[in-house]
Write a protein that binds this ligand. Sequence first.
Ligand code: ADP
Ligand code: MG
Length: 633
Amino acid sequence: MTTETLSFGTDVGRLLDIVANALYSNKDVFLRELISNASDACDRLRYELVSNKKLKGNKEESHIRVFVDTDTRTVSIIDNGIGMTRQDLIDHLGTIAKSGTSAVMDELSKSKNKDNTLDLIGQFGVGFYASFMVAHKVEVISRKIGEKDSHLWSSDGQTGFTLETPSKEQQELIDQSGTVIILHIKDEACEYLIEPKLKDIIETWSDHIDVPIYLGRIDEDSDEEETPINEANALWARPKSEISEDDYRGFFHHLSMGFTMDEALMTTHWKAEGMIEYTGLLYTPSMRPWDLFDPARKHAVKLYVKRVFITDGCEDLMYPWLRFLRGVIDSQDLPLNISREMLQTNPVLTKIKNGIAKKVLKELDTLSTKEEDKFLAFWQQFGSVIKEGLYEPTEHREALLKICRFSSTESKAETVSFKDYLSRMKEGQDDIYYISGENIDTLQNSPQLEGFRAKGLEVLLFKDTIDDFWLQSVPDYESKKFVSVTKGSIDLNVFEPSEKSKDKTKKTPKTSKKVEDLITLMKETLSEDVSDVKISTRLTNSPSCLIAADNEVDLKMERILKTQQQYEASGKRILEINGTHPLIKKLAGDIANDHTKDAAYLLLDQAKIALGEPVTNPTEFAQRLNYFIENGS
Ligand code: ADP
Ligand code: MG
């Protein structure tokens, strides 16, 4: 018999370290992980048997068996699923194959805060390695379907693992295919050698598992039919009335594949009937998955056909803007032997995809009226993903717009819907005003908003990069155009001042000759930097602000394009000044002063700072500022 010793991939070593040190709070989950793997293995075998004709054979019913041996102080978990080849054992149990895991590991080792560590782990689960929380040695005997030989993998969870040929007795534990996991229980985890304890854990965590789970060794002498300790019935296929909250929760945790502390924020379980029949059980998590914005991330909805698992992460099943959902779609109409490649062009799938989107958006809308707090919590986590859906022209745009919420000058919290906005529009207002920037605080203090506030005009505050993109494909809402307050020639003189406003004058006073001369001087001075200098109708407290010309891109969009290097020369902006501001009046009265030009530069620089942009020349900026501080004028 040959024994080969191999070492773990680097990530595994680090992961095991964390498992051993940080996760003692809930050791029970090791069993959930192993049962979850066993049930996946049974699912995969069922798929293999229907799709691979060469494998025809008398396959017995899937099952999982858990038993304790107090003499050897071991717990064994056996499944008759797909099994693993020698290479599978090396690849799946010796390295971490999942993409992105490495990045998470980096985060984990950086994080000092233990709660945070648990949260992060919860997002991807440590899966099989959870065994080492309770075992000082783990043996895995496995035989892949269609293969003659089985292999024994064993490890103490320290540096590496060995591979050898299993003993005859061990080989006999596996029939046609499957896997046996033998955990040599640590002294401090001896409670797991008590069968009722294991039963309790299985009932808590794994009741929804589709495959029957038996506890105890097979009793060869008994004629009685053994009963599994779980329902062994696909949860989504059961009638809703027979499913408890705990069942739903357990299944969510099973799907989340790990130590997730997260609870589902919304559970959507429905049966679509009519032209196309399918059952959906979809969970909206309450926490963002850590890799939500990783382009390589796939959604986590599994596709089944008539209870047989086909694939997960299938792009044609789910709009990318719903990629935070977890769950199952089980179709009645797709052929059972459909290959994963054939799914792509299948029209049934497109219909299901739209059915899912419609259902989920409707449920979210209902949530927003019935349980607003919950909905707003959802929106905080996933609003920026949902909004990606506005960019593409789909039949769901209207439903998407209906659930969008934003901050505005009326509400710092992201609670304002377009409907709310429309209901508060002022007389004579034809457009929906917005300002777009990097964060709400800066936006709220933007000088460009002053005039709008004074007139009681609400302005939506767009803080997500995606907002600037969807705005390009959605020009209006209920025929009200979206208009950026940092753009173009909005004439605020047509609106009455608001009740609250101290300044009751409707119109900006006529510009005096002196101010006009100042403008001429500023235009000359700043001709390299701005395309025009104008009197503003949108300023009340600040002396100056920048806006984009009507035919130019919005200021924030310009910044985005610049950082993505898709945009070279910046279109010149317009500097607006406040003709009634004491500072402007003072400058206008002293136009011959040499330092008025410096003041012009400072007015431009402060307008840039208000946008969160750097000043053009920091040294000159400081020199000019110092001059005015020193001389007090
Ligand atoms: P995950 O289940 O999230 O993929 P795990 O660490 O739990 O991660 O398992 C790693 C991999 O090992 C699985 O993806 C699977 O390929 C393989 N595996 C684990 N347990 C079994 C089993 N009982 N039968 C077949 N393959 C298994
Ligand atoms: Mg797993």
